[in-house]
Design a protein around this ligand. Sequence first.
Ligand code: FNR
Length: 189
Amino acid sequence: TTFNVGYIVGSLAKGSINRQLAHALARLAPPQLELVEIPIKDLPLYSYDYDADYPAVARAFKQAIAGVDGVLFVTPEYNRSIPGALKNAIDWASRPWGKNSFARKPSGIIGTSPGAIGTAVVQAQLRGMLCFCNSPLMNTLEAYIQFKPGLIAEDGTVTNESTAEFLGNYMKELHLHIERVLTVHPRAN
Ligand code: FNR
């Protein structure tokens, strides 16, 4: 079986190193995983005033999540916390009440930063949010990737051999996680 994984990049920057990481992960993933980006950049700021009538862009966002077998968050850490755009996207997906897109949707978290702890703080915070949203989150492997210039080549190749192997193992583990969750709770949609 092939599983579709929607990845959400927490950065809006054109040169995002986290998008580069996502491209690298798509290349390193086992053949059973099909990766596709779920974009968040055009979502307006969420308010529950929208709950009665979500705008088209937000409906499309929720449909994109409904259409995948799992979600992979690839996010930077901003001021030791979650980038505003990503928090906003999570709020949109989690509502309206009773239509939480993350419920029973397997997920994983990964991120990169030039800093030595490689997004560890934001990942811990994101875990709490996804628990609250009832998303079965992969507990391990954890991946805190310190970004160094040249780590990821233009074509998405990871130039450091041990990092490439580690990231490949992360994606293998994500595959097993999604398979396990969907065995217990097959997708309703
Ligand atoms: C950062 N950066 C950063 N890095 C980190 O490891 N911990 C942090 O708390 C922060 N805080 C922070 C705040 C803001 C507003 C910016 C713009 C940046 C540095 C950050 O890791 C770096 O800019 C990465 O390039 C961000 O990833 P993307 O956006 O390129 O994917």
